[in-house]
Design a protein around this ligand. Structure first.
Ligand code: GTP
Ligand code: SPV
Ligand code: MN
Length: 581
């Protein structure tokens, strides 16, 4: 097969000549093709069938033990000018990066099949969507792309019509961490990834295209590509309002996107609808509001911590048609991870007999891949080609202290400062140390495809175009008490905070103004039906000394981005400092 688009055929020919695969397969995205890929991987041992009675059409992939997370130190943004990539990215000159990658790709697919994977990020008929083609030698990647994106024939037809697509080239190589690079060429709309099969490094439609390349495109086109979930909250009157929320990796997006309301809310008639759980493209609409689409079509979710008490909606979609990566299994071959239930697993994620002395049974960054259409709360507006209107933007992180449960920005520009100043404890979603606080503006530290200062300026510019901008909030579900326990119960109960946020967007309740932003008045967060009362005084305290120190840290952080930092942000920070006294 070939396509009707000469540019695509030429590119495929060029890559075939360089990588020298034994076979070339153009993916059509059909069910039959998916089955065939699965069969092939079962034969090669890449996939193991899980218990067909309890988990029909579910498979386990055990990755190379050195290939379990994103590799930020090996991820590059290759712009012509180094300063355009910014201090937030690793940079390499495009010519040097191409030479390095072309060397790695040379002959690397000998003995393998090359898959041509056309995909569309976003609803297939939406003007907001963008297409790409990933060339890969991994059937695991091809199968995951079918679950995660609109992959196959309809995407190819759109690409042929538009004549434009992001070029992604991927090979697992030898899975050697010493020969592993994830390279982005935003000015050429292309990606080259070598040496890893892990989600964020290898499913190129996701972080590489829909965030790093798209954020760059979005800047030139006047929109925003963000690391955000999109959720619809339906009140008892049947009105649905939408919130987009950015949290760093493994900090609660999937959970918030599909939460089940607490009992008291459920009984009153509240419902929650899932539009997206990881990536959000935000476009200013003609009516001056901000509209969101989810470019993805599936979940690549964190398994550990997903249980009947935390995320029953996720569990409900994981008992068929799912691919699990690096989870443990029980003695009857069911997938298992920490936080699922109190059974004892038989084999750990590496396939060894489970022994707690080896650490957790499931890898802390073990994941499930499943089509979003399997989500019981999938929103009927998720495929709307114009997107859903956003009433509130939420920034959250993992902060053991200081940051209150919820804080409202005074206006859009103050909200941009809250986003730019975000910090969070690192997690297992990326290789490196876990649990250290690092600045992660807008949860985009690993994903912004250009200079952060330009990105903040772009946020300010987008705000200026909106006559009805969403209100902006900061939340923190992860504040800890003296014993190290989480003070706020989290999960379902987070709806109580979203309820307050949505009330505020309509000015249905007042708030208490403080130097750092507006806080709920005591009693305005509805705690009806909560068993143990959390320590709300601590959750909502503003410690002036702690905040003064925070302002200093934020200022030093902004300074790292030099002259390009918009004056507006510095003014906002100066205002906070002077009000803190
Ligand atoms: P990525 O897919 O890496 O971008 O992660 P994510 O932001 O979607 O995070 P996810 O919802 O998968 O949650 C990651 C971990 O945080 C899981 O172990 C959850 O159980 C835990 N978590 C999620 N929400 C809460 C919460 O409200 N409170 C607490 N204490 N933990 C939470
Ligand atoms: C994240 O790390 O933020 C993820 C998983 O959502 S990955 O696709 O690997 O980026
Ligand atoms: Mn993510």
């Amino acid at each position: 097969m070939t396509s009707k688009l000469a540019a695509l055929n030429e590119w495929v020919d060029e890559i075939v000549a360089r990588t020298r695969p034994d076979h070339v397969h153009w993916c059509d995205g059909s069910e039959a093709e998916y089955r065939k890929l699965i069969e092939l991987m079962q034969e090669s041992g890449d996939l193991l069938a899980l218990n067909p009675e309890t988990h029909p059409d579910c498979y386990l992939h055990r990755s190379d033990p050195d290939d379990v997370a994103r590799v930020e130190h090996l991820t590059f943004v290759c712009t012509e000018r180094e300063e355009d990539a910014g201090p937030n990215n690793h940079w390499m000159a495009p010519a040097e990066a191409h030479a390095l990658m072309n060397g790695l790709f040379s002959g690397c697919m000998a003995g393998r099949t090359l898959y041509v994977v056309p995909y569309c990020m976003g609803p297939i008929d939406s003007p907001l969507s963008r297409c790409g083609v990933e060339i890969t030698d991994s059937p695991y990647v091809a199968a995951n792309m079918r679950l995660m994106t609109r992959m196959g024939q309809p995407a190819l037809e759109r690409i042929e019509r538009e004549g434009q697509f992001v070029k992604g080239l991927h090979s697992i190589g030898e899975l050697d961490p010493e020969r592993r690079y994830i390279m982005h060429f935003p000015e050429e709309l292309s990606i080259k990834s070598f040496g890893s099969g892990y989600g964020g490094n290898a499913l190129l439609g996701k972080k590489c295209h829909a965030l790093r390349i798209a954020s760059h495109q979005a800047r030139t086109e006047g929109w925003l590509a963000e690391h955000m979930l999109i959720v619809g909250i339906e009140n008892p009157e049947g009105e649905v309002r939408y919130v987009a929320a950015a949290f760093p990796s493994a900090c609660g997006k999937t959970n918030l996107a599909m939460l089940i309301p607490p009992e008291a809310y459920r009984e009153a008639g509240w419902k929650v609808w899932t539009v997206g759980d990881d990536i959000c493209w935000l476009h200013p609409g003609e009516d001056g509001r901000l509209y969101a689409v989810n470019p993805e079509a599936g979940f690549f979710g964190v398994a550990p911590g997903t249980g009947a008490d935390t995320n029953p909606n996720a569990l409900a979609m994981l008992d068929r048609d799912a691919i699990f990566t690096n989870v443990a299994v029980t003695d009857d071959n069911q997938p298992w991870w920490e936080g699922l239930d109190d059974r004892v697993p038989a084999k750990d994620w590496m396939g060894r007999d489970f022994d707690p002395r080896n650490g957790p049974a499931a890898h802390p960054n073990s994941r499930f891949t499943v089509s979003i259409s399997r989500c019981p709360t999938y929103s009927d507006q998720a495929e709307n080609p114009t997107g859903v209107p956003i009433d509130a933007i939420v920034f959250g992180g993992r902060r053991a202290s200081l940051i209150p449960l919820v804080l409202e920005a005074r206006d859009w520009n103050h909200g941009v400062l809250l986003g730019a100043a975000m910090a969070s404890e690192t997690t297992a979603a990326a290789t490196g140390q876990v649990g250290v606080v690092r600045r992660d503006p807008m949860a985009m530290k690993p994903f912004c495809g250009y200079h952060f200062a330009d990105y903040w300026k772009h946020w300010i510019n987008v705000g200026e175009k909106l006559t009805h901008p969403p209100k902006i909030y900061q939340v923190n579900w992860f504040r800890r008490d003296d014993q190290g326990g989480f003070i706020w119960p989290g999960f379902s109960e987070n709806l109580r905070v979203l309820d307050w946020i949505l009330k505020r967007t309509r000015e249905e309740v007042d708030a208490e103004s403080t130097p750092v932003g507006n806080l709920p008045r005591s009693g305005d967060i509805n705690l009806d039906g909560l068993g143990d009362m959390p320590d709300m005084a601590t959750l909502l305290e503003v410690d002036p000394d702690g905040w003064r120190a925070e302002v200093d840290v934020v200022e030093a952080f902004l300074d790292e981005f030099g002259d390009r930092v918009p004056e507006t942000l510095r003014r906002e920070l100066a205002r906070v400092r002077s009000e803190l006294g």
